[in-house]
Design a protein around this ligand. Structure first.
Ligand code: ZN
Length: 186
């Protein structure tokens, strides 16, 4: 069975940055699984998986444009320090901010007595990635998985709050952070 839309794919992988450092990996005992065609994984990897079958092994180089995007300096912004309350913060720390369209990870670039400078770029923005992948399984998605827009392979009970759609757009470029949007910090 070839990987195509509405197939649930399980695979193991190792991903390295341009310097050859391993950023993440998942072996056969804890494979990653996803619903193909739903943009749940970075586009460069999803495209490379298309048409592959169980047991396929391959390497793929993914440019930033097809991974976590190029860096966008307009995503650097400043908020009032008071907005973060008594949260202990330090430079380089990552915070989750809630915006209208969900949570986004921001990195603290600088802290003054009154302001905090944040970077809304994905931590891997601007990085090219090299994946080594082995396809472990390809199967038809269930009707429920298609309805939810994700794989249920590793969940006994899906308690997701999903709205039942394949979320095809998770584009950081469209986000504008304003304090009003960000009600809560984790
Ligand atoms: Zn679900």
């Amino acid at each position: 069975m070839k990987i195509s839309e509405n197939k649930v794919v399980s695979f193991s992988y190792t991903v390295k940055n341009a310097a050859g450092e391993v950023l993440d990996q998942s072996d056969a005992s804890a494979p990653f699984s996803y619903l193909h065609g739903c943009h749940q994984i970075i586009s460069g990897l999803e495209v490379a998986l298309e048409g592959k079958e169980k047991d396929a092994k391959f390497s793929v180089h993914v440019d930033p444009e097809d991974a976590y995007g190029v860096r966008d300096e307009s995503l650097i912004f400043t908020i009032d320090r008071s907005y973060l309350g008594d949260e202990p913060i330090e430079k380089g720390m990552q915070l989750q901010l809630q915006a209208e369209d969900g949570y986004h990870i921001v990195t603290i670039l600088d802290i003054t007595d009154t302001e905090v400078k944040l970077d809304g770029n994905h931590p891997l923005a601007g990085e090219s990635l090299d994946f080594d992948v082995q396809v472990l399984d390809v199967r038809e998605a269930t009707a429920e998985e298609i309805e939810h827009g994700h794989s249920h392979s590793h969940e006994h009970d899906c308690d997701c709050n999903c709205e039942g759609e394949c979320d095809s757009d998770d584009d950081f470029d469209d986000i504008e952070f304003t304090p009003e949007d960000d009600e809560k910090l984790d």
